[in-house]
Every structure is written in C-alpha cells, then in structure tokens.
Design a protein around this ligand. Sequence first.
Ligand SMILES: C[S@@+](CC[C@H](N)C(=O)[O-])C[C@H]1O[C@@H](n2cnc3c(N)ncnc32)[C@H](O)[C@@H]1O
Length: 224
Amino acid sequence: MNEKMNSRKISDAQREISSQLQHIVERYQQNIYRREPAQYAIQELDRVEKKLSPNQKLILDSCCGVGESSFHLAQQFPDSLVLGVDKSASRLSRKNEFKRNLPENLIYIKGNIIDFWQLLDNPKWHSRMQKICLFYPNPYPKSTDLKKRWHAHPVSKHLFRIPCAIELRTNWRIYFEEFAKVSWLYGRKPDQKSLIDENFPISPFEKKYSLSGHELFSCSILSK
Ligand SMILES: C[S@@+](CC[C@H](N)C(=O)[O-])C[C@H]1O[C@@H](n2cnc3c(N)ncnc32)[C@H](O)[C@@H]1O
C-alpha cells in the first residue's frame, strides 16, 4: 500500500495492564450476570438457526462496523455462515463497494453484541460456533473506563465460555495484553502475535491504523 494516513496513536496514563483484572474476573465468575438478553436478539438468532444447514458452522464478526471484515470472512470460509453484528445502523447500511455483491453465506444484524454473546453461550450454540472475531473494538483507554473494555465487562464471562476460537485485533498494546491475561484467567489459551498482513487489511480500521504506521496486535484464543 502506498497510501498514508495519519490516525493518532492511543496515549493515556495507563502504561501497564490493569492490576484489577484478576479481582474483576473472580467476581464475575462467582456471580450470575443478571442481564436479560433482548427479545429482538432471540428472534434474530432463530432466523440464523433456520438459515444454518445441518453441518454448517457459524462465524460471528462482533462489532463489525460497516461489515467489510464479515464480507472477507464469508469469502474465506464459503462453507460457514458469517454473522456480522454492529449496533450502528448507519455503519451497517453504508453503501460500500463490496456490498454490491454480497455472498449468500453472510448476514448482517443491527444489534448489541452483548445480547449475542449472552445467547450464544448455550450448549445448543456451542457446537455450532467456529470462531468469534473482535476486530478493533473501541479501546476505552482511560483507566476509569476499564470495565467498558470487553474483557473486563461482565459479559466477558459469557464470551470466554463459548468454546470456539476467538480472535481479537487491536492497535493498543495494553488492550491486547489485558485480553490475553483475561483469557488465561477464564482458562483459555491465547496466542499473542504482532500483526498483520498490511497488504490485506481485513477491515477499515485495520487499514486506517496500518496506513498510519501503528503497530497492530492479534490475540488468538484456541478453541476448547
Ligand atoms: C472502532 S469500530 C471497529 C469496526 C470494525 N470492526 C473495523 O475493524 O473496522 C468499533 C465498532 O464497534 C461497534 N460497537 C460498539 N459497541 C457495540 C455494541 N455494544 N454492540 C455492537 N456493536 C458495538 C461500533 O458501532 C463500531 O462500529
């Protein structure tokens, strides 16, 4: 890529991974997360279940933005069904070039990813899940926002209990290291890498950060 971009790197007072992670995860493990998943998400997953053929697996592209990574995943894994979920209707409905010809094995849903992680943490779904992707989530770099990062959010207990592979990508080293630490705390084995094929950015944020010269990180958690 010859283009250049100029996105600012994350700078914040938090220079090391949070010392509170172990305590937070232990509390989540001891307590039930009492939030009820929303009705629309139950209905949407019923629709997904009907579309899945008997041996087909599901790949969830969490917080997929405009859905470009979901599109690439659907092309890369033509035998799987790819579900891209984002809470932003305007991102999902943006008229991107790749949306002119979407593959059959791709569904987008506008929704809160918390509902989907909660609902997919169910034996009925566990065996159908191939992979959960989480590419460039909002980092919430202020240490006071720790619990807004997905690995320190109460829903993390459900996310890490879904036994399929999970891949996080981020441009913030602290998020990557915290995510890996929390995976260990939930009994999952992470494989931490510095990324990424800059000739093939999987998503718009990966492209933006790559063109801005940021170091990119991937934390891949093996399936159980
Ligand atoms: C930084 S963007 C990354 C988008 C995309 N993954 C990419 O790499 O280009 C973060 C995305 O997370 C979405 N998001 C944040 N919280 C969410 C939630 N609770 N449920 C679903 N999507 C959410 C936002 O709408 C936004 O599109």
